[in-house]
Design a protein around this ligand. Structure first.
Ligand code: 5GP
Ligand code: ZN
Length: 136
């Protein structure tokens, strides 16, 4: 079965478009967390952030910032969350990379619970070392 966002981008399924750019499109999420919840979607089907070209990544991020400004100026948002779910375990349901732009109007509308705890210095250094190897 074809990806739902590819079908939307081809015009096979409807969308409420907010803006279109050369390499990406912004349209409203069909199940908005708040009024104006928008998805910024690269036109090329990729699943992960690292698969975007520099030009695509720049355009997606730029458009997300512009949508956020419109949420503030036109919808009266007081702040905005930007987020990407990557991988099933992280909550990615549609396997076509997308950046959520979620305007915020009041505190407590959405709760993202991270349960952070202080870590030991040794553990932090082991993790940093491991990641540095992956980024060489
Ligand atoms: P994910 O959990 O993959 O980060 O988010 C997928 C998002 O896509 C969800 O917030 C969901 O509401 C939205 N979505 C799923 N199907 C459609 C659709 O057909 N049209 C639109 N506009 N949004 C969709
Ligand atoms: Zn797709």
């Amino acid at each position: 079965m074809e990806c739902v966002f590819c079908r939307i981008l081809k015009g096979e399924l409807p969308k409420h478009e907010v803006a279109g750019r050369e390499r990406c499109v912004a349209f409203l999420d069909i199940n908005p967390a708040t009024r104006g919840h928008t998805l910024v979607v690269p036109k090329r089907h990729v699943e992960r952030l690292s698969e975007l070209s520099e030009d695509e990544a720049a355009e997606v991020l730029r458009l997300a910032g512009e949508v956020a400004e419109a949420c503030v100026s036109r919808l009266g948002a007081a702040g905005v969350n930007f987020w990407i779910n990557q991988g099933k375990v992280a909550g990615q349901v549609v396997p076509h990379l997308h950046l959520h732009v979620v305007p915020r109007y009041a505190e407590g509308e959405i709760r993202v619970e991270m349960h952070q705890k202080q870590a030991e210095q040794g553990e932090l250094e082991r993790v940093a070392q491991e990641l540095r190897k992956g980024l060489e």
